[in-house]
Structures are given as C-alpha cells and as structure tokens.
Design a protein around this ligand. Structure first.
Ligand code: SF4
Length: 113
C-alpha cells in the first residue's frame, strides 16, 4: 500500500494505492484515481522557475515548462536553466529553451519583458 496526497486540485485528498491490484481509495473523483496510478508508474510535474537575463531593468524572467516532465528529470532541467542568460526581450509564451534536457518539453516565458 502506498499513501499519497492528490495534487490535482486544492482538496488534497489522501489517497491509498494498492500497488498489487492498482486499487485506489480516498479519492473524491476520477482525477484522483488517474493521478495515483500515474504517480506510482511514471510521476510527472510541471516546473516553474526563473532565468537570469542581461537586462538591468529585468534581471530575471519567470519561466515554466509547457508540459509535464518526469520527476527524475527535474534536476537536469534546473541545471539547464542555471546555465543560460536571456539576451533578447521576450513575451509571454516565447520559447526560451526548446526540448530542455531532452525532456520533450520547452521552457517558455511567463512574463513580458
Ligand atoms: S481526488 Fe479529486 S477531489 Fe480529491 S484532490 Fe484529487 S482531484 Fe481533487
């Protein structure tokens, strides 16, 4: 048995998963079951962070992944973010790093500069 907190909505249901039968309990809706089964097989997360820029009036820009990445790729992606410095003005949604750390997602700006 594995215990999890569902993060699919603010209710934060306490879930229990039987890893032998994949039976999920404690969920108030189907999203909880889906979350639990994914969490025990291939957990993923969206990532938000900031990247340094060369601009004095905007020394960092907020960014996020445009999809979810496997949890075990989070540190590789963060390493990539620390390596670069943005050198052009960006708008919300502009791609900052394509296919970051081979995780099949892009890093996009979440702020206009
Ligand atoms: S199981 Fe449903 S209601 Fe409960 S936290 Fe997850 S999404 Fe929200």
């Amino acid at each position: 048995m594995k215990e999890l907190i569902c993060i699919a909505c603010p209710n934060g249901c306490r879930l229990t998963v039987d890893e032998k039968t994949n039976a999920v309990s404690g969920n108030k809706c189907l999203r909880g079951e889906k979350f639990a089964l994914k969490e025990i097989t291939c957990p993923t997360r969206s990532l938000t962070s900031t990247i340094a820029t060369v601009f004095d009036d905007c020394p960092v820009i907020s960014v996020k992944t445009d999809g979810e990445i496997p949890k075990d790729k989070i540190f590789s992606v963060m390493k990539e973010l620390k390596k670069i410095k943005v050198e052009k003005r960006l708008k919300i949604g502009d791609i900052v790093i394509a296919n970051v750390a081979d995780a099949n997602v892009n890093i996009v700006a979440t702020k206009n500069m």
